[in-house]
Design a protein around this ligand. Structure first.
Ligand SMILES: NC(=O)c1ccc[n+]([C@@H]2O[C@H](COP(=O)([O-])OP(=O)(O)OC[C@H]3O[C@@H](n4cnc5c(N)ncnc54)[C@H](O)[C@@H]3O)[C@@H](O)[C@H]2O)c1
Length: 379
């Protein structure tokens, strides 16, 4: 079963590394996606980009023959069943709309749009056109977070009380060392800002790994006012580079998520999530997860005048893998391909993507208005 996939924005960081190389090419290298009875789904990508030189070079580097700069021609060709988008955020909504109108199934990076009303419009359009649709929610497929979910589903935590999330790392300003992130991330007018970038993730992570989000309070900050772009030019940062969010979840759970591109890492991973419950606690990184049960919880006493009485980290136990974990993006790609080819379930729809945009929009508003905001149900 061959599925033609238009891959737009594939010359970018996410497009090339996660979606082309580690997902679609990895699926081809393993012989396709098996669907039973000896049958496989075979993804046939066509690479699309604005720059002929870049897109051709990428195709050649990976031995792919099909590439183009003509998106419209791709959309009108019956050879392609799926449109995939990993372009810069502001380009996504118009491209998705055109793809849906051309009758393609659509799959895309987050955020699906820059504002909730556009995001919901896309979700409704896809529903009306009866095309399959999906959004990347990669963190749900990370081993560390899968282990957290396993613990929650097994009742390990008892009643969950609170969640502490730390995300971030130092992104170089671009003067004496080049930046690891594209400059548009720091420009509001180009779809940048860490709230739009990260609150989309926090929405599905909290909703599905802990409990549904009901309210938000957020504060954004632009710590570094000027950076140097890819061409060596100095530019003013018009979007926030750090966000401090507090969320209320169903069941009275409180979650605090720090997101920053201006923090030096002194923790076990670039994202760590601590969940505290009445029966036990867990700390997850991207791959690993450690737990402490109430029965093995030490009894610290506050006394700064004596040396530390416990090695606190040593009192945690590692959660075993118990299964083989694959690249998170590839896992979700395989599920989407099965959804398109075999009608297999795929709950990570554009409507779910719109919920992420909703939380980002509410986070930005909460910061502006300096107040808590409820998260209304969207449908
Ligand atoms: N799921 C995740 O964990 C994750 C992580 C990072 C980024 N993303 C998302 O992926 C998308 C791409 O991010 P990235 O970091 O790969 O960006 P990038 O700048 O590296 O790549 C952007 C791509 O869009 C193309 N593009 C199309 N129109 C453009 C325009 N007008 N200006 C500039 N580039 C244009 C570029 O050619 C390139 O292929 C963003 O929407 C971002 O939110 C997701």
């Amino acid at each position: 079963m061959k599925l033609g996939i238009i891959m737009n924005g594939v010359t970018g960081r996410m497009g090339t590394n996660q979606h082309l190389v580690r997902s679609i090419l990895a699926i081809r290298a393993q012989g396709g996606v098996p669907v039973g009875d000896g049958k496989v789904i075979w993804p046939e990508p066509v690479l699309v980009g604005r720059s002929e030189h870049k897109v051709r070079a990428l195709a050649e580097a990976h031995g792919l023959k099909r590439w183009t700069t003509d998106l419209d021609a791709c959309l009108s060709s019956p050879d392609h069943q799926i449109y995939f988008d990993a372009q810069v955020t502001p380009e996504r909504a118009p491209a998705l709309r055109a793809a849906i109108q051309a009758g393609k199934h659509v799959y895309c990076e987050k955020p699906i749009a820059e504002d909730l009303s556009t995001a919901l419009d896309l979700a409704r359009l896809a529903c009306k056109a009866q095309v399959k649709n999906g959004v990347v929610q990669d963190k749900l497929f990370l081993p560390g977070l899968l282990k957290l979910r396993r613990l929650r589903d097994g009742g390990f935590f008892g009643r969950i009380l609170a969640v502490r999330g730390e995300f971030g790392y130092w992104v170089f300003e671009g003067d004496w060392q080049s930046s690891q992130r594209p400059s548009w991330n720091y420009k509001k007018e180009e779809g940048g800002g860490i709230i739009l970038d990260m609150f989309c993730h926090w929405r599905y992570v909290l909703d599905h790994v802990v409990a549904p989000v009901t309210a938000v309070s957020a504060l954004g900050v632009t710590h570094i006012p000027e950076r140097i772009d890819e061409g060596g030019r100095r530019y003013p940062c018009t979007a926030e580079d750090a966000a401090f969010g507090t969320f209320q979840l169903e069941g009275g759970i409180v979650a605090q998520m720090n997101s920053s591109w201006v923090v030096r890492v002194h923790r076990d991973d670039l994202l760590t999530l601590q969940v505290d419950g009445t029966e036990g606690s867990a700390v997850a990184g991207l791959r690993d997860c450690w737990v402490q049960h109430r029965a093995t919880t030490p009894r610290p006493t506050w006394n700064p005048d004596v040396p530390r009485e416990f090695d606190y980290r040593a009192g945690w136990q590692e959660v075993p893998d118990n299964e083989v974990f694959e690249n998170a993006f590839k896992v979700q790609w395989e599920l989407f391909l099965k959804h398109v080819a075999c009608n297999a379930p795929f709950p990570w729809t554009l409507l779910e993507g719109a919920k992420g945009v909703q939380l980002a929009e509410l986070g930005l508003r909460s910061w502006r208005e300096r107040r808590w905001l409820d998260v209304p149900e969207v449908r």
